[in-house]
Design a protein around this ligand. Sequence first.
Ligand code: NAD
Length: 253
Amino acid sequence: MTSLFDLTDETVLVTGGAGLIGSAICDAIDAHGGTVVVADLDGEGGRALDSAARVVETDVTDEADVQTAVDVTVEEFGGLDVLVNAAYPRNDRYGRRYEDVAIDDWRDNVDRHLAGCYVPTYYATREMVDSGGGSVVNFGSIYGVQAPDFTVYEGTDMTSPVEYAATKGGIINLTRYLASYLGPAGVRVNAVSPGGVFDDQDEQFVDAYERRTPMGRMATPEDVAGAVVYLASDAASYVTGQNLVVDGGWTIS
Ligand SMILES: NC(=O)c1ccc[n+]([C@@H]2O[C@H](COP(=O)([O-])OP(=O)(O)OC[C@H]3O[C@@H](n4cnc5c(N)ncnc54)[C@H](O)[C@@H]3O)[C@@H](O)[C@H]2O)c1
């Protein structure tokens, strides 16, 4: 019997495929038989992945770039079945504390992040509707469903940026809108909302984060990739508009 999680014959466009989580997603999709096309600003990072069948250097906020990535996918691989929006666009002033964020930067970063999800979704779902269906996996965050616990950043230079709350909350509800609108066309739209992924952050932060998390550890990129495979595959054939939280229990307490 074929596994419900099998992605053979599925062509999957992964934005941000060269990133921390994106590269684990590419590997997991490839391991389940899917064909991976990476759309990332970082073409070199994408080309370093054995799991990427094709890399299209793309700015996901740019319509022409995104159209090219979708066209290349369809022309070279015969269709586009799944879009994973794992890019994380932000400007170089992103990450400051609330009182230090200039309004123009707030506008710019909210726009980049939302457009970086919306533009690929718009062009990919046009293709999916024409071909009879497909699946989109967006990226929310625990901080798209609840307020940050700022105590975990105490004693470090880190924070959770204010733009993040606005964009992640927006992406989760955009997911519901699109699932409702595109359901009749056979396009499923879901989100994955990870908790903090370990990336050699400040030790004090990691300790505090782990103490606050029921499972006692931060996420790995692979923890998150499993949820994406599930939502992309037939195992989730009747699942749409959902936000799958992958956080070791962070949001339950
Ligand atoms: N890392 C975490 O702890 C965490 C937690 C919750 C949610 N998330 C979400 O997961 C997603 C992936 O995060 P990550 O940690 O892998 O980020 P990352 O910074 O490691 O990777 C992001 C990737 O996006 C690419 N990118 C940035 N701007 C782009 C643009 N304009 N066009 C095309 N590509 C662009 C980068 O080149 C990079 O490869 C994001 O939506 C992020 O908000 C991450």
